[in-house]
Ligand binder design. Structure first.
Ligand SMILES: Nc1ncnc2c1ncn2[C@@H]1O[C@H](COP(=O)(O)OP(=O)(O)OP(=O)(O)O)[C@@H](O)[C@H]1O
Length: 798
């Protein structure tokens, strides 16, 4: 026994010393990389100083050159400084390649091992020599002789790091994940891709350390922000990340399969692969501000941010930020494509209100969205409508009555042009009617004289204050906010929505529009109205006069100095309304009206659309699919399915699968990649819901190191926040719709029946709630859940 223990200790010591030696080898490599980076930083600093000196020469050419050099050196320095932290993370050891050719990044491009790379002796033992070792990191670093010290994770030569599997290893024998912090290597984890092989590196046997990096990453405690997965991207995910950008890349997969992570890494990959093309910007559309906040650190950690905008679907329209959710019944109407016709009628009908409808003061707030209260009473002011136009021209009083005006308006409105752009046409039709009433058209037979007379008639009238006032009231310039507020009047909305919405729907929608705050669904309506109304063309503001321009004459000498490249890039990003690539996360949740809004931002874009129909909170998936197909146009689609759940342990995934079977019978759940042995807990409310939920949260806080999410039906969100007061910032209360895309170490799901009953898509929303935990889950049930003796609610029983 003692001898056995002694043997075991010796084995452990051996293992530790191999681990230390391997860590030391990687440390040496990292030291070499840092030395090279420092050299590069000095070069960049020298370049900046040199550029500054050249600036002192003062000729326009030198100044422009300095500007370009400083710009390039600044970017270089900035990247180096930012990515100095923790950027070397991987290594692959490869067999000799088939053709042995070097690619542009200095590495062999061959995918398959060369013939004879693997030797087999008489006993069937297989051996091989490692021909090449590559290190993978967040950016590429070349040695002074241009051999690669680190390869950028997005370069083609880095693909085997992600693609190689024991089933299809290619040239990779060993894949190593290196954990480092700053300049220090903390440890290494290896996966062996060809376990049947004895491989040698420089004559020594290749050692293997640890149980693989994926499991280590998945077991870590979660914080309130998502981490990048660059060191452990799996083969099926890598195929999506590196899929060619042309057309539409369509990715489906169950909860936790890495769709969001893949979408973010794909944005970074596309920028690396074709930076010039994506200078047009990449837009990532996310369902909630919470998910935006959760994911927005991932791209900077990958060294990319400037060109990518991550926006919540309620913040896509500039100057209009959603702060509330509509009730499911109202959301269902506002999201439906039936609203399209209503908005078109409203845009034209709003003209009859005379003066622009007063805009509600809809203040923008950020953070969590509230469930919107809808006011009871109708406070809309009665409409003002000019019913007659009186002017004096050529000494005669001319007058158009209500019937004439109405006829002219209908005439002007025939056609589909945006309402605000039809104002010049309406003005011309008014003048035509007044001209014909004046009888002046018969005075001259000479067409030139007649035209002159007409022109002075028009000038006479259009310079009259009465006419200008009339036109402003009769054909006001409409704003999307103004028309949306006008729709808050129930009678008016009833007229505009006749035969489209039923009276109950009209009442609910009108009431919701009278509240001060904008809802997530209102934002898509505003965007549609913007398109229907059109923006009148205004003369461009001239650049402000700068007296210094005259003194130095710089303005003529250096027209390119007006705006630096950086300023230009900033300005374009601000003015951008369309993008080169659009990524839609949680695409299953976009309503038809939201698809139209997102579609307008990517009319000429390529797309990546990721989603899971089983998690859809929209009640009519067919209607949304139609709107999605319209937004994506006829571009060809490339489809991918992700099949492995990296978030939930098998014990939680199994429970969630029961709800999936009810929500979408016949659909398959992704297979969980790990199991923790901890089963979900079931609690039944005894002394009130609040205390039971608080107790469950406290219990979980003691069990896990990271975060705890408490998911309740939407209308209990504020109440739940009060139940948890004082428990610290590791615990968060979430309305069911807000849980989308997020994850916690542990979750409490409160009353499955309440969540399932809150909307027609309730079972799918419950499925989302049950799949948020990485370690532990507690379900708290009330009487409505009909729990059995073990506390298992009816919806979660076999
Ligand atoms: N290859 C990987 N290596 C390490 N962690 C991974 C990997 N793939 C996914 N994960 C982790 O699994 C979790 C789920 O990923 P993600 O949120 O992207 O999934 P999802 O498919 O978008 O889920 P949902 O549909 O539920 O929103 C995250 O913590 C993510 O970091």
């Amino acid at each position: 026994m003692a001898a056995q223990a002694h043997q075991q200790t010796a084995l452990d010591q051996d293992r530790d010393s191999v681990r230390d030696r391997e860590t030391g080898i990687e440390q040496e490599h990292l030291d070499q990389v840092y030395r090279r980076l420092e050299e590069k930083i000095h070069e960049a600093e020298f370049l900046m100083n040199d550029a500054a000196k050249r600036g002192q020469v003062g000729t326009p050419g030198a100044l422009a050159e300095r500007d370009a050099q400083v710009f390039r050196a600044g970017i270089h320095l900035n990247r180096l400084n930012n990515e100095f932290e923790d950027f070397l993370f991987g290594r692959i050891d490869l067999l000799p390649g088939k053709d042995g050719k070097k690619g542009p990044d200095g590495a062999y491009t061959a995918v398959e091992p060369a013939e004879g790379a693997v030797r087999e002796d008489a006993d069937g033992k297989r051996t091989a020599d490692i021909a090449e070792t590559l290190h993978i990191g967040r950016i590429g670093v070349l040695d002074a002789d241009y051999s690669p010290l680190v390869i950028d994770w997005r370069a083609p030569a880095a693909a085997p790091f992600y693609r190689s599997t024991p089933v299809d290893p290619g040239r990779v024998v060993r894949r190593r994940v290196i954990r480092s912090k700053g300049r220090k290597v903390l440890g290494v984890e290896d996966d062996l891709m060809r376990p049947e092989l004895t491989a040698y590196l420089d004559g020594e046997r290749l050692p293997v350390i640890g149980d693989g990096a994926l499991m280590a990453a998945l077991g870590q405690a979660r914080s309130h922000t998502m981490r990048d997965i660059v060191a452990s991207i799996q083969a099926e995910q890598d195929l999506v990340i590196r899929a060619p950008a042309a057309s539409v890349t369509y990715v489906e997969g169950g909860p936790g399969t890495g769709k969001t992570a893949v979408a973010l890494h794909r944005a970074a990959y596309l920028l690396y692969q074709d930076r010039r093309r994506y200078a047009g910007g990449i837009l990532i559309v996310s369902p909630t501000p919470l998910l935006v906040a959760y994911t927005e650190g991932v791209l900077p950690s990958l060294g990319e941010e400037g060109q990518v905008a991550i926006r919540a679907v309620g913040s896509l329209v500039d100057g209009a930020e959603a702060t509330v959710y509509d009730s499911p019944a109202v959301a269902r109407v506002k999201g439906s494509s039936r609203m399209l016709k209503v908005l078109r009628k409203a845009a034209r009908g709003a003209l009859e209100l005379g003066t622009p409808a007063k805009e509600a003061n809809k203040e923008a707030k950020t953070g969590q969205l509230a469930f919107g209260e809808e006011p009871e009473d109708d406070k809309q002011a009665p409409a003002e409508q000019p019913t007659r136009l009186r002017v004096v021209a050529f000494g005669r009083r001319l007058e158009l009555e209500a019937a004439d005006l109405n006829r002219i308006r209908q005439n002007a409105l025939s056609g589909t042009a945006p309402v605000n752009l039809l104002r010049p046409r309406a003005r011309k039709l008014l003048l035509d009617a007044l001209w014909s009433q004046s009888g002046a058209g018969t005075r001259h037979s000479d067409p030139e004289l007649a035209a002159e007379l007409r022109s002075s008639f028009d000038d006479d009238i259009t310079s009259e204050d009465d006419f200008i006032r009339f036109l402003d009231a009769w054909w006001p310039e409409l704003t999307p906010r103004g028309v949306l507020s006008a729709m808050g009047d129930e009678r008016r909305l009833g007229r505009w929505a006749r035969r489209i919405l039923n009276p109950g729907e009209v009442r609910k929608v009108a009431r919701s529009l009278r509240r001060d705050a904008l809802s997530v669904h209102d934002v898509a309506l505003l965007d549609e109205l913007n398109a229907v109304l059109g923006t009148p063309v205004r003369p461009r503001r001239k650049r402000e006069y700068d007296p210094l321009d005259q003194l130095t004459g710089l303005d003529e000498l250096m027209p390119t100095r007006e705006e630096t490249q950086f300023e230009r890039a900033e300005r374009l990003a601000q003015e951008r309304t369309e993008y080169a690539h659009v990524i839609v996360d949680e695409a299953q949740d976009l309503t038809p009206m939201q698809w139209r809004m997102v579609g307008r931002r990517g009319r000429h874009a390529t797309w990546t659309v990721v989603g899971d129909p089983a998690q859809s909170s929209w009640s009519d998936p067919d209607e949304a699919a139609e709107a999605r197909d319209e937004a994506l146009g006829s571009r060809p689609r490339r489809r991918f399915t992700l099949t492995v759940n990296y978030r939930n342990p098998a014990e939680i995934a199994e429970l969630a699968a029961k709800v999936l079977a009810l929500a979408m019978p016949g659909s398959e759940s992704p297979s969980a990649v790990r199991s923790t042995g901890v089963r979900p807990r079931f609690e039944v409310v005894r002394d009130g819901l609040g205390p039971s939920v608080r107790e469950a949260a406290e219990h979980l806080l003691a069990q896990v190191d990271g975060t705890v999410g408490v998911v309740v039906a939407m209308n209990r969100r504020d109440e739940a926040a009060r139940w948890l007061a004082g428990l610290g910032d590791r615990v968060v209360a979430l309305g069911s719709l807000e849980a989308k895309g997020l994850e916690y170490d542990a979750t409490v799901v409160v009353s499955p029946a309440e969540i399932a009953d809150e909307s027609p898509a309730g079972l799918r929303v419950l499925y989302v709630a049950l799949t948020r935990a990485t370690q532990q889950l507690t379900v708290v049930s009330g009487a409505r859940d009909e729990p059995d003796a073990d506390g298992v609610p009816d919806l979660l029983r076999d």
